[in-house]
Ligand binder design. Structure first.
Ligand code: ZN
Length: 247
């Protein structure tokens, strides 16, 4: 694993660019056929993203595909810098909110006065797949945190990109507008049927104990439904770098 400031090479040609402030992390997969970015982070973090991409030899125009793990502003905010040359992809339930500018759900607001509408070119479903040559990425619809949340599974390395669905330590993500705790439990249980060696979440640390962390997330969610006081139900609020509550 190579570290270069905010950039970690997690697997050959798979990088994490750390999110600052409220921003989600971004993950880059340098593919044989196409370069794919998972989550663009917040708008204001774009210069950091741009600089980090340059450090791994990529210009903004070199990104061919942007996949959003869900419709929250801290994952889609910098899409506008990519959408005129790259294919923007999101689950169809996220795509509806992003393209119809449903700010009640996306919480999106760029600082730009002449804000441009966000586009989604490819509406994903479970079993959609991106074949990048060296990696193939399978989309799994995992509603819960929001209705349009997806996880992205790479079956050879057995790694899972989870957005805000699973965090290291099994901390329960905030169940947002359009989300559901019942869906959340069901989604994590269905993820658990796959062999997963590492989880790369949208915020915080990498999970190297996926099974344990997913079990804990289900336990937390069930306790949350029952309003149990004796079980530690921690709703994710990332305060790293003085972050605001995580939407
Ligand atoms: Zn979110």
């Amino acid at each position: 694993m190579e570290k270069n400031g905010d950039i970690i090479e997690l697997q050959p040609d798979i990088f994490r660019i750390k999110g600052h402030g409220t921003s989600s992390h971004s993950y880059i997969i340098k593919g044989d056929y196409a370069n794919l970015l998972i989550d663009s982070g917040v708008d204001i973090n774009f210069p950091v993203l741009q600089k980090s991409l340059l450090k791994i030899g990529l210009k903004i125009k070199d990104i061919d595909i942007v996949v959003n793990t869900h419709e929250h502003f801290d994952h889609i905010g910098a899409n506008r810098y990519f959408q005129d040359h790259a294919l923007i992809a999101a689950h169809r339930f996220a795509a509806t909110k992003i393209t119809l500018d449903d700010r009640y759900v996306t919480l999106y607001k760029s600082a730009d006065l002449n804000e441009i509408p966000l586009k989604v070119h490819l509406w994903l479903e479970s079993k959609s797949r991106f074949d990048l040559g060296n990696y193939s990425l399978n989309i799994i619809h995992t509603p819960g945190h929001t209705s349009g949340s997806i996880c992205i599974y790479e079956p050879v390395r057995k790694i899972l990109f989870t957005g805000d669905t699973v965090f290291a330590g099994g901390t329960l993500s905030y169940i947002a507008e359009s989300g559901s705790v019942g869906d959340y439990i069901n989604s994590i249980l269905s993820l658990g049927t796959r062999q997963i060696l590492e989880i790369y979440p949208g915020h915080g640390e990498i999970s190297r104990n996926p099974e344990e962390d997913m079990e804990k997330a289900v336990k937390n969610a069930k306790a949350f439904l029952k309003n149990e006081d004796d079980v530690e139900v921690e709703i994710t609020r990332f305060k790293e770098d003085g972050m605001l509550p995580n939407p």
